[in-house]
Design a protein. Structure first.
Lengths: 191, 226
């Protein structure tokens, strides 16, 4: 095999590998969006079932403490997967930069910038979407408190749920702040 | 400073976990006791229910400033009182003197008192009262009456915040004589910690078994609970 043949195939292979990795990254991010839709549908069905059960059956008031548990678990689950998405966003930005550098001065791949600008930061519906799960959680707490006739155990349990969510929220918020940029920088520093 | 903050964090985490465990255990015990109460088979075919015990719930309240009827109960809105009417006499468990004990002590600050139905009605004519009539066997009524008469002379337990008060005492008596489902004293104290919890559960029990419930509205110048 001639030297020119080796030097010609090597950059193409590199671009193919990078493109595969880029596509995998994009798939992981899009999977989260699809998963979020199914999680929302499943959680609404479960909450509907729980509400119907508590309204149609005579149950002890203290059992209402379990009502916010479903959206609580789902909220923690969604927050975890959201943090994975932001990590993948940072990695995708890194891959885009390398791919654009290899495709000679054109920088045609702009999905990271487009996604961040128009699907996240400037998109009002993404802001509305981000409050749906916390809203379901808060509504479930209010429902459990009212339906339990302000039972002290249910009120106490609701306060504990809220404290835990605030603590988790603060920790996750500080972790997620500029996470994509930190991941991007980490990838660059470790090249 | 960093060490101090991490120490504070540890203490707060321990407190949060402890409170969560207490709430969880309380909820589990309450749910267990009340679920069994709701499924208690009152109309057992082998029983002849030829007598009735009445549970009187005096609702907690806060009197308004200009109200003539200024009777205050321990616990305010979350307070109130529960009494048992057995054969024309109304029995109640309460404290001797204030302040009440936080935990049960060996030297009791408690008493059972009994009033005739007429005296009791006069004493509580301005109170909001929910009365639930529970049918039972004559035999069980006799043993309950005997125990209440004995308790008048010598109360079997102290009146304490974390311990028996009127709610858990009444629930325990009904349970002990199998007028409702059986549960231990500890379960009674946890599940029926204040009058509203027992009243709510017994009202649901009464609705399931189609029992008689009477309601007296009470004075208009009190802020009543429930």
């Amino acid at each position: 095999m001639s030297e020119s043949h080796i030097s010609h195939t090597h950059p193409d292979q590199e671009i193919t590998i990078l493109l595969n990795e880029y596509n995998l990254c994009c798939t992981r991010i899009e999977d989260f969006i699809k998963r979020q839709d199914s999680i929302l549908q499943i959680s609404l069905v479960i909450m509907g079932g729980v509400i119907a059960f508590t309204m149609l059956n005579i149950i002890p008031q203290e059992l209402f403490i379990a009502v916010p548990l479903v959206p609580f678990i789902i909220l923690i689950h969604v927050l975890y997967h959201f943090s994975r998405v932001i990590t993948n966003q940072g990695y995708r930005k890194y891959l885009e930069e390398i791919l654009n550098a290899k495709i000679l001065n054109n920088s045609p791949i702009k999905y990271y910038k487009v996604g961040k600008e128009f699907m996240l930061e400037k998109n009002p519906s993404s802001k509305i979407n981000s409050i749906i799960f916390p809203l379901i959680f808060l509504l479930s707490i209010l429902y459990s408190i009212f339906m339990s006739n302000f039972n002290l155990i249910v009120i106490g349990g609701s306060i504990v749920y809220i404290i835990i969510i605030i603590i988790v929220g603060i920790n996750i918020n500080s972790f997620l702040k500029d996470l994509d940029e930190r991941v991007f920088q980490f990838c660059k520093d470790n090249t | 400073m960093k060490e101090f903050f991490s120490f504070v964090k540890i203490i707060l985490s321990v407190c949060l976990v402890s409170i969560s465990m207490i709430l969880l255990v309380s909820a589990l015990v309450s749910v267990n006791v009340k679920t069994k109460l709701f499924s208690f088979d009152l109309a057992n075919r082998n029983l002849i229910l030829n007598d009735t015990v009445v549970v009187h719930f005096i609702h907690g309240s806060i009197p308004e400033t200009n109200c003539d009827y200024q009777k205050k109960r321990l616990g305010g809105l979350l307070g109130g009182h529960i009494e048992l009417e057995v054969k024309g006499k109304v029995y109640g468990f309460l404290y001797d003197n204030l302040p009440i004990h936080t935990f049960s002590q060996k030297k009791f600050n408690s008493k059972f008192e009994a009033l005739s139905k007429t005296e009791w009605e006069i004493k509580n004519e301005n109170d909001r009262i929910t009365s639930i009539y529970i049918p039972t066997e004559k035999k069980k009524m006799q043993t309950l009456q005997a125990e209440l008469a004995s308790n008048l002379n010598s109360p079997p337990y102290d009146y304490a915040f974390i311990g028996h008060r009127c709610t858990s005492s009444t629930a325990s008596l009904l349970s002990e004589h199998q007028i409702i489902n059986t549960f231990s004293d500890l379960e009674s104290i946890i599940a029926f910690f204040y009058p509203r919890t027992f009243r709510g559960a017994l009202i649901k029990f009464a609705k399931i078994n189609k029992l008689k419930i009477k309601f007296a509205k009470g004075s208009d110048c009190h802020l009543w609970e429930g």
